[in-house]
Design a protein around this ligand. Sequence first.
Ligand code: TRP
Length: 328
Amino acid sequence: MSKKGRVFSGARPTGRQHLGNYLGAIQNYVALQTDYDCVYCIVDVHALTTVETTQELKLNTFEMAVDWLAAGIRPEETILFVQSHVPEVMELHTYLSMVTALGKLTDLPTFKEKVAQQPENVNYGLLGYPVLMTADIVLYKTDVVPVGIDQAPHLEFAREVVRSFNYRYNTKVLIEPQVKHTEILKVLGIDGKAKMGKSLNNHIELASTPEETTARVKDMVTDPARMKRTDPGNPDICNVYSMHKIFSPAEEVEMVNVECRRAGIGCVDCKKRLAANMNKHLEPFRAKRSELASKPDEIQDILNDGGRRARAIAQQTMVEVRDAMQLP
Ligand code: TRP
């Protein structure tokens, strides 16, 4: 194969995906398959740092896998798998922890945020989160990691750990991963203020019906200065307009841009058009999704097969790692 190298990325099992996940990450994962060998991982072990009951983990993993596959992840070429299916990652995590300075972990902004968010559950796993993430990446001899900007400190951390390990054991067995930032555009929620997310309930689910989507779009916040239909609006600060730019044909985007400014089009009409274009865009995804979701055994087979292929790579890496460490 003449691909450019290996891509690895992971995401916590958050269940059904929304437009923010799709535009910010999934579309990019799909596109990378053309040029790279891709390994995509649903990181259920990482989820345990914040999830106290595991009863929804299976369902959330399933729903997320279905969305990714429906969006165009191709399991014949790409490895799509669940983190806990490859226990070698826990072993590598332990070895890497020995070359990791504690202060580096406590300094990370992501750790501090979690401590503030869940002061009642500051567990050891939360601190080790970036070490496990590093193990994910290097276990598969990854060249490139596509992640959102919020993960930049973790990637820098991973690169340092790789250097420490290779230096300590005088080896080149681990590869320093390159980061590729994905989130070019920040997708705002229907409130028009915060980043789209499930926890804020400002999201639009990819799997929602056309009617549900239309209702969500109807609730979107527009230019707050435009109180009446006859007031001119400002598309530059309107999230509905930002979405038009993604989902609507160029002429329609231009029409909205011009007509909104002179009150030629009202918000109700503008949203109807957006919802129609969004639904049209998502139609093939939804058809594929419902087909996939009706065959849960096949989804499980895909994940199991991905797990086997991932594990074969992981086992080979661990032979080399133990050898470099001169473990008896
Ligand atoms: N830390 C990532 C997040 O919170 C998830 C993740 C785990 C990951 N392991 C990874 C991302 C490896 C990229 C590579 O979103």
